[in-house]
Write a protein that binds this ligand. Structure first.
Ligand SMILES: Cc1cc2nc3c(=O)[nH]c(=O)nc-3n(C[C@H](O)[C@H](O)[C@H](O)COP(=O)(O)OP(=O)(O)OC[C@H]3O[C@@H](n4cnc5c(N)ncnc54)[C@H](O)[C@@H]3O)c2cc1C
Length: 649
């Protein structure tokens, strides 16, 4: 199939306005005749559901958690970008557009990114109107901070709980529509497959996770807002439940999957402590506004630290290597995430890692504490040379900015980060790849849309910090509600879709057969056994750096693991009950297919770009080397029966 991204004509700055004015509309009376299914209640799904219902459509929304409020978006800490230029530091729509394109290493779709930058300012107004308690400065105006890869302060935040506060705003908007009967909310329901009738998305098969029953739900359009697939690595900063299944199921029914290998590895996470762990914890990028990253310069100091004979605070300033400040003086500690991650790996691979496993670097707030403390002492007319006082005042400033993150670190690591540097190491965090969508956010299945982290559209090969929340809310509040009407305007006379159509019966039977097969398999290994093994292959061979040999091995190993999974997995219980292991088995089955396509995609993209680092393609200084002549395209994969056979148009 030839792909048509449907980018409107005209200059970048005109496209969206022109498009909105030209596309078809559905009248308020006709919207009442149209049903839309939304899968997901993170920032993308919740904002889309609330807005579509407000417009008058009948919305059915699904999430697998017990409440929409528990979607993974709630974990987002650091902030949300918007080109408001409140700081007067030179920000503009164009600059946010440019930073996003550059941050994505020139692999994003320009028209979408420009639109994203354009609507970013509306998001903040919308959320403030909902009552989201963004941080404010001394004068009461909205405050901003900086994130990596940019030279302005455009990140709006609510302490270290930005995602939570934004989701509460979107959830309140949803609740209003649930109260009006315009949204029917299906909590603890998992979409198991999409139903395609006459080539159009017309519904889903969902499983009630509480009693195990399969249900058929029909609609005139289906919106997938199911989040990212970082958990293909088993260990990631994502919520434990985050998965690829909804996206993968639509892929198998005709939706192209774009750039699956584009993964973001976040530089500031709490390091892995052993094999017992089931997830990793992010320390927000906002910490790099004030924290300085370093390792010791001398290997003997590293050895002494690892053996517990030396504390980091005892290492003299001249014996510390602030390697980001040394290598990238313009951005310093706020280089983009892929650059910071690879630089940490480089130092650790060279033997300078500071924890027992050798995979940790320091993030140190001592200098910021003194800087803020002196400023506070000056403001208050106190003694700037009183070290204890300065430290106390400085710590108060740091506590006000990042208190909950520091508390989280102390609870997990049992060290006080106000007194000693944090230890951090890169971890899987976000997936830029995802379902291919056109400018209208429609997938290659007519009537099926993908929004938020589930689609591939805006971040190219690397996402800038604080831009995921922006994209999810832009898609849900400001883009999809316009573009979906263009498609639905052809459905005003269609009437309700019958769930007794053969396509629904067949899809339900296929889901039921898969569930029964898992229960009847009676193998010997748990689902987690396979997920962990897959995660190790992914991290070692498709992780922070990749090479041809490793990727070829990964493809073979994942295939073999998948075969073993179907022969030997053990799923206890029955299909007709609350069965977490069964739900997990279906998700891991999909990860075992996605993992192979991921490795195949990484193998074929022989250039390095953004978060995709091919060892064969690097500069003499060890930086990513793009191949613009060969790879300035999106790899959009079409399913052909199995991941190995997927092809690009
Ligand atoms: C720890 C952490 C911190 C972050 N901090 C920031 C930050 O400060 N700023 C920023 O911009 N970004 C941040 N991000 C990234 C950002 O949080 C996510 O990209 C974003 O929240 C994804 O939103 P979403 O709506 O696309 O999906 P999600 O929030 O992941 O929601 C997915 C929804 O889909 C549902 N779902 C999934 N599959 C199914 C299925 N089969 N059936 C039914 N329902 C299903 C789930 O129940 C859920 O409701 C952070 C990410 C992490 C991991």
């Amino acid at each position: 199939m030839a792909l048509d991204s449907k980018i409107p004509s005209g200059s970048l700055a005109e496209k969206w306005t022109k498009h909105k004015s030209n596309i078809n509309l559905v009248s308020p009376a006709n919207k009442r005749l149209i049903d839309v299914i939304v899968v997901g209640t993170g920032l993308a799904g919740a904002s889309a559901s609330a807005t579509l219902a407000e417009l008058g459509y009948n919305v059915k929304t699904f999430c697998f958690q017990d409440s929409p409020r528990r979607a993974h978006s709630i974990a987002a800490q650091g902030g949300i970008n918007a080109a408001k230029n409140y700081q007067g530091d030179g920000d503009s729509t164009y600059r946010l557009f440019y930073d996003t394109i550059k941050g994505g290493d020139y692999r994003s779709r320009e028209a979408n990114v420009y639109r994203l930058a354009e609507v970013s300012a509306n998001i903040i107004d919308q959320c403030v109107a909902q009552g989201v308690p963004f941080a404010r400065d001394y004068g009461g105006l909205l405050d901003n901070r900086s994130f990596g890869g940019v030279l302005v302060s455009r990140t709006f935040y609510a302490k270290g709980q930005t995602g939570q506060q934004l989701l509460l705003g979107a959830y309140s908007a949803m609740n209003r529509q649930i109260g009006r009967g315009k949204i029917k909310m299906y909590n603890r329901h998992e979409m198991m497959d999409i139903v395609v009738v006459d080539g159009k998305a017309r519904g889903i098969i969902a499983r009630n996770l509480v009693n195990g029953k399969l249900e058929r739900h029909s609609a005139h359009a289906v919106v997938i807002a199911s989040g990212g697939y970082g958990n293909v690595f088993f260990l990631s900063t994502n919520a434990m439940g985050s998965n690829v299944s909804a996206a993968w199921k639509i892929h198998k029914k005709g939706a192209y999957f774009a750039n699956p290998c584009f993964t973001q590895i976040h530089p500031t996470c709490i390091p892995v402590s052993g094999d017992h762990q089931s997830k990793l914890t992010l320390m927000s990028e906002s910490l790099r506004n004030d924290g300085r990253i370093w390792v010791p310069k001398k290997l003997e100091d590293v050895k002494a630290i690892r053996e517990g004979q030396l504390k980091p605070t005892q290492i003299a300033e001249e014996d510390r290597d602030y390697y980001l400040e040394r290598r990238y003086p313009a951005f310093g500690n706020l280089v983009p995430r892929d650059v910071a991650s690879r630089a940490a790996k480089e130092r650790c691979d060279a033997g300078f890692g500071v924890n027992k496993t050798g995979e940790a670097v320091y993030l140190d707030f001592a200098a910021a504490i003194v800087r803020y403390g002196k400023e506070q002492a000056h403001v208050k007319g106190l003694d700037e040379n009183n070290e204890a006082l300065v430290k106390k005042l400085g710590q108060e400033v740091i506590r006000a900015k990042y208190g909950n993150l520091f508390q989280m670190y102390e609870k997990i690591v049992d060290q006080n980060p106000y007194e000693t540097p944090m230890m951090i190491y890169p971890a899987v965090h976000y997936t830029m790849g995802g379902v291919w969508v056109d400018y209208n956010l429609m997938t290659t299945i007519p009537g099926c849309y993908a929004i938020g982290e589930a689609n591939f559209s805006d971040h190219g090969a690397n996402r800038l910090g604080a831009s995921a929340l922006m994209q999810g809310l832009a898609d849900g509040y400001f883009v999809l509600p316009y573009t979906i009407g263009d498609y639905l305007s052809n459905d005003i006379r269609t009437g309700a879709i019958d769930t007794n159509l053969p396509e629904f019966v067949e899809a339900e039977k296929a889901v039921n057969d898969q569930l029964e097969a898992f229960i009847n398999n009676k193998g010997t290994n748990s689902v987690d056994y396979y997920h962990k093994k897959l995660g190790k292959i992914m991290w070692n061979k498709c992780g922070m750096s990749r090479n041809e040999k490793g990727l070829k091995e990964a493809i073979k190993e994942i295939k073999a693991l998948r075969e073993d999974f179907y022969k030997n997995v053990n799923v206890p219980g029955t299909t007709n009950e609350f069965n977490e292991q069964l739900a997990k088995a279906t998700r891991v089955a999909d990860f075992l297919e996605l993992g192979e396509l991921f490795a195949k995609d990484a193998l074929e993209r022989t250039e390095s770009c953004g978060g995709h680092f091919r060892e064969e393609s690097q500069t003499p200084e060890g930086e990513a080397l793009r191949d613009d002549a060969g790879f300035t395209f999106v790899s959009a994969w079409e399913y052909q029966g199995e991941p190995a056979k997927a092809k690009t148009p």
